[in-house]
Every structure is written in C-alpha cells, then in structure tokens.
Design a protein around this ligand. Structure first.
Ligand code: PEP
Ligand code: MG
Length: 325
C-alpha cells in the first residue's frame, strides 16, 4: 500500500471519472514545507502563523515574519500558499502578551477579535505588511480566522487595503493578485455563507472549531469527546451550505480542519464538491489513492442521501461504507 502511495507523489489528484481536487497541506513552520513536497502536496491550505509568535520571546518583527513567509512561498515554487493571520487565544497563549484570564477562552478574546481591537491593531498591521512584502515570492493567499460577522471581514480587508496602499506609496512592490478569504469555523458564518461569498475570494472550513461550536462541546474535553462528530448530519449540512454558497458566487471552498483528511469524510466531501482538501502532509498520498477509486456522480448521490435521509453519525458512516466498498 505504501508503495502504491509513493507512486502517486507526482500524480495529479483525479477521481475515477477524471475530476480534479486539490490536495493541500497544513503547516506550522517554514521547515514543514519539505514534508509537503515529499508527500506531493499541491498547495499549502493552512499555514498556522501563531507558531511564529509562540516560538518567540517577543512579538516577531516585520522582518522576521517576512523571512518566514518568503521561505514558505519560495519553498512551494509558485504553488498556492494560504497564510492564516495569527490565531492566538483560546488554548494558545503567549507569555509576553498579557491576555486577560477568561471563563471561556474559546468563546473569548482571540484570533481576529484581537487583531481588530485596539490592543492588537499594531500587531495585525505588522503581519499584514510582512505578508504583502513577501507576496512577490510566490502565490500568496491570506485568510482570517474566527470570523463571525461580515463587518469583521470588511474591517480586516480594509486594513489589508490600507497597508497595501502604504507599501505601494513607499515604493515597495506587492503582488496584485492576492486572494483574501476567511475560515468558516463559527456556525454564524456558515449559516450566512451566501452573504460572505459575495465579498471574500474563498472559504476554508475549519472543522476543528466548527464542530466544537456547533455541538457546544469543548474540543479539548475528553468527557464530551463523544459529541465531537465530524459526520453528524448537522455538520454535513453546514458544510454543504458553505460549499454551495461559494460556488453560487464563483468562489472556491476548501477545508483545513482534521476532517479534510478523514477517510470516511472524504467521499462525502467529494460528493458535496469541496474544491480543496488541506490536511497533515502525511495524509495526502493516502487521500489521493482513495480519490482515485471514487466516482463523483456516485459520491454526489451518497452526499445527497446523507444530507437528506440520515439522522445520526452512525447512519452516515454506514452509508459511506455501502457506497465505497
Ligand atoms: C480549525 O479550527 O478547524 C482549524 C483548522 O484551525 P485550528 O485547528 O488551528 O483552530
Ligand atoms: Mg480553528
């Protein structure tokens, strides 16, 4: 099996009926790019930049960030790289950044909420400038985490536009084709995806958080782990809503939560028409091999049934089994 996967390293990802899906990787540091290329990644679908902050004694400078982003973009040789702006807070703390103790950190002051507040504005603009400067070294895409409101996206996009204009007026060359998108990991945004789709360039569904927030079950709490159900029909309906909303506006929809590399979920996601699957690099070849065996028309039928006829995760899993064996 491993030998079969190795043969797929340089192959395109195609289903049995010849449809292409993009298999991308999640990374945390520039060093991870080696593994992405070794495993035949077609893109980076999630670069978690908070590690730049967490592995440092102080806020990383604009130049330090520029070096990291440039290294990743160059390492991918022109293939797309989705960089997520910092997602601090929740379970991720910074020793040098004094965040208030909260009762519910996962529901609190974190990620884009920090970036858009007075306390995070300077940090966010520094990151934006570093990204914009690095953009000429590859195919950069920028993504905002933890978006709940359309007005949050607009505010973040405005800061992107302002820093871009500032750099240009300073004589710095920046790419003109940077896509700007959002993570869909809050149910409110998943429900309102049709409105977001008019303004963003893409969606990437963050199922790790989307499931936690939809099920009201802390993703770190073993006691409620049984509620963490990627293919519960409620989650599938949210995901399907997001994909259809993106396509209605001619935008693409990806997924960068763990679910994107889950071998039971992949047939369903293929059936729903997800465009990009971003996972740990070590899952890419296995997923490419699985996709080779799937027929998209049959998977559409599978997804439809799961979306309209199933009430439990077990029913969905049994349906997938029946359609893929
Ligand atoms: C997610 O929430 O699905 C995600 C990809 O982001 P993180 O796991 O970093 O919260
Ligand atoms: Mg998340």
């Amino acid at each position: 099996q491993k030998a079969e996967w190795a043969l797929l390293k340089d192959a395109e990802t195609r289903t049995a009926d010849g449809k292409h899906f993009e298999l991308a990787a999640n990374i945390g540091t520039p060093k991870d790019v080696v593994g992405v290329n070794e495993n035949g990644g077609e893109a980076i679908g999630l670069y978690r930049t908070e590690f730049l902050y967490m592995d440092s004694q102080d806020f990383p400078t604009e130049d330090e960030q520029f070096d990291a982003y440039k290294a990743v973009l160059e390492g991918m040789n022109g293939k797309p790289v989705v960089v997520r702006t910092m997602d601090i807070g929740g379970d991720k703390e910074l020793p040098y950044f004094d965040l208030p103790k909260e009762m519910n950190p996962f529901l609190g002051y974190r990620a884009l909420r920090i970036s858009l507040s007075a306390g995070g504005d300077a940090m966010f603009r520094t990151q934006m400038r570093a990204l914009l400067r690095a953009s000429v070294h590859g195919q950069l895409r920028i993504m905002f985490p933890m978006v709940a409101l359309l007005t949050e996206f607009r505010a973040a996009k405005q800061i992107f536009d302002e820093e871009k204009a500032n750099l240009i007026s300073e004589g710095v060359v920046v790419a003109d084709d940077i896509q700007v998108g959002i993570m869909i990991e809050i149910p409110a945004a998943a429900m309102l995806a049709d409105q977001f789709a008019k303004e963003v360039d893409f969606f990437s569904i963050g199922t790790n958080d989307l499931i936690q927030y939809t099920m009201a079950a802390d993703r770190m709490n073993e006691q409620v782990a049984y509620l963490y159900q990627p293919y519960n029909p409620s989650i599938l309906r949210l995901i399907n809503n997001v994909i259809k909303a993106a396509h209605a506006e001619g935008k693409w929809a990806g997924m960068c939560g763990e679910m994107a590399g889950d071998q039971t979920a992949v047939p369903l996601l293929v059936g729903m028409g997800l465009d990009e699957f971003s996972m740990s690099a070590t899952s890419i070849l296995q997923t490419r091999s699985l996709m080779k065996r799937l027929d998209t028309v049959k998977m559409q039928e599978l997804a439809n049934k799961a979306l309209t006829e199933c009430g439990t995760l077990e029913e969905v899993a049994a349906l997938v089994e029946a359609y893929t064996k």
